[in-house]
Design a protein around this ligand. Sequence first.
Ligand SMILES: [Fe+2]
Length: 196
Amino acid sequence: MYARQKTLQNFINVAHVLFQNQALPQAARELSCKVFRRLATESDDGKRNLTIYPACTYLDRALASVSAGDTPLACAARSVKELEPFIGWQRRTTGLNGSENYVEDHVNGMIVGPGGMESRYDVQLGFSLMAPNTRYSDHQHVPEEAYVLLTAGDFKQENGDWFDPGIGGGLYNRSNISHAMRTRDLPFFAFWCLLI
Ligand SMILES: [Fe+2]
């Protein structure tokens, strides 16, 4: 029978704190409450995506700016680093308006969700990692989503202007809303969670 590793439970606990930050929109906090409630139940089908992609090399640089100290952001950054060998990496290759090399310049790390360290289909908890000067493609999906930023970065929803939620801040994506993010001159790291 599957038993969640302590390192993963520690990560889930600290991620829960990040997603309850008052800097997030209320809708993002409400969504993440539902996600973390489901995560109280362990579930795993054993599938693992262990392929490594070029942008995985940005992990250390992206986390370096927040890893020091005892803040929840720092604890989460160190916890991700501990889980690195078990992360299910994947890339998006569809969508419009991505920068020229965005496929090579980004990677998504699934921690809980299909192919992740705890592979399941009712929730997703993971992160996006991007190279400097990269724009992710416009994309949309049915599940609602909440983000928390560990680094600076800009987001866009539908035809709105780009905005920076701030480090430790985040945003909420309702079902099927078109959204994208872009980086500046440093690597980018943001957690997301989705309720499936
Ligand atoms: Fe998304």
